[in-house]
Ligand binder design. Structure first.
Ligand code: AMP
Length: 213
C-alpha cells in the first residue's frame, strides 16, 4: 500500500509517518528529511537547496522528484509520502514513478488543521539529536528536563526553518502550490480527511480506520 500524507507544515505528517513505519512496516519517504541529510552531508544538492529552504520556499521539482526516484526501491512494503508531492508537476512525476513499478497511490490522507495553532506548534518544537524523538516547549517536554524519554540522550536540536517568518512563508507555499493538488486526487476518489487538531493517538486511529477499510 502506498499513501500520501498531505497537510501544511506542522500538521503532524512526520509524527504519523513514523508511527506507521513502526506499526505497519511501511517506509517513510520524506523529501524534507532527504534534503536536510543532503545539507548536513554537504552534497552538491545540499548546497544548492540551503538558501531556498532557509527562506521556507519550495526547492525545484526536478531535485525532489529525483530524490524520491532514488529512494522508491527501498519502500517495496509500502511508502508513506511525507511532504511530497507539493506541486502539480511533482504529483505527475509521482504517478509515472509508481506506474513504472506497477504501483499506485491507495490513499491520500489530508490532515486538516488550524494555521494559527500550527505556528505555535512549529515554533516550539525540537527533537532528540540521537533518536529523533519529537518534543515541544509547552505541549510536550521530556519527563526529566534535558533528558530524552526514549533514549536518555541529552542533546536536542531545532530546525533552522522553524522560526515564525519562515513558517509563514512555508504556510503560504502550501496554500498556493500544494493545496491545489488536492482536486487531482479527489477526482480519483483517493482523498480521506482527518482532523489534525486532535491528539496524536486520535489522528493515528482515524488514519488506521482508513487504511483498514
Ligand atoms: P519539510 O520537512 O517537509 O517541512 O520540508 C522542509 C523544506 O524542504 C521545505 O520548506 C522546502 O524548502 C523543502 N522541501 C521538502 N519537500 C519538498 C518538496 N516536495 N518540494 C519542494 N520543496 C520541498
Amino acid at each position: 500500500m502506498d499513501i500520501i500524507l498531505l497537510g501544511p507544515p506542522g500538521a503532524g505528517k512526520g509524527t504519523q509517518a513514523k508511527r506507521l513505519e513502526e506499526r505497519r512496516g511501511m517506509v517513510q519517504l520524506s523529501t524534507g528529511d532527504m534534503l536536510r541529510s543532503a545539507r548536513e552531508a554537504g552534497t552538491p544538492v545540499g548546497l544548492r537547496v540551503r538558501a531556498v529552504m532557509d527562506r521556507g520556499e519550495l526547492v525545484s521539482d526536478a531535485i525532489v522528484s529525483a530524490l524520491i526516484g532514488e529512494h522508491l526501491e527501498n519502500s517495496g512494503t509500502g511508502a508513506i509520502f511525507d511532504g511530497y508531492p507539493r506541486t502539480h508537476p511533482q504529483a505527475e512525476a509521482l504517478e509515472i514513478l509508481l506506474e513504472e513499478r506497477a504501483r499506485k497511490i491507495d490513499h491520500v490522507i489530508e490532515l486538516v488543521v488550524d494555521e494559527e495553532a500550527l505556528v505555535t506548534r512549529i515554533t516550539g518544537r525540537f527533537t532528540c539529536s540521537k533518536c529523533g524523538a519529537p518534543y515541544h516547549d509547552t505541549l510536550h517536554l521530556p519527563k526529566v528536563a534535558g533528558v530524552c524519554d526514549i533514549c536518555a540522550g541529552t542533546d536536542f536540536k531545532r530546525r533552522p526553518d522553524d522560526n515564525e517568518q519562515t513558517v509563514r512563508t512555508r504556510m503560504a507555499e502550501y496554500r498556493e502550490k500544494t493545496a491545489p493538488i488536492l482536486p487531482f486526487y479527489e477526482a480519483k476518489g483517493l482523498v480521506r480527511r482527518v482532523d489534525g487538531m486532535q491528539s496524536v493517538e486520535a489522528v493515528a486511529a482515524a488514519i488506521d480506520a482508513f487504511l483498514d477499510s
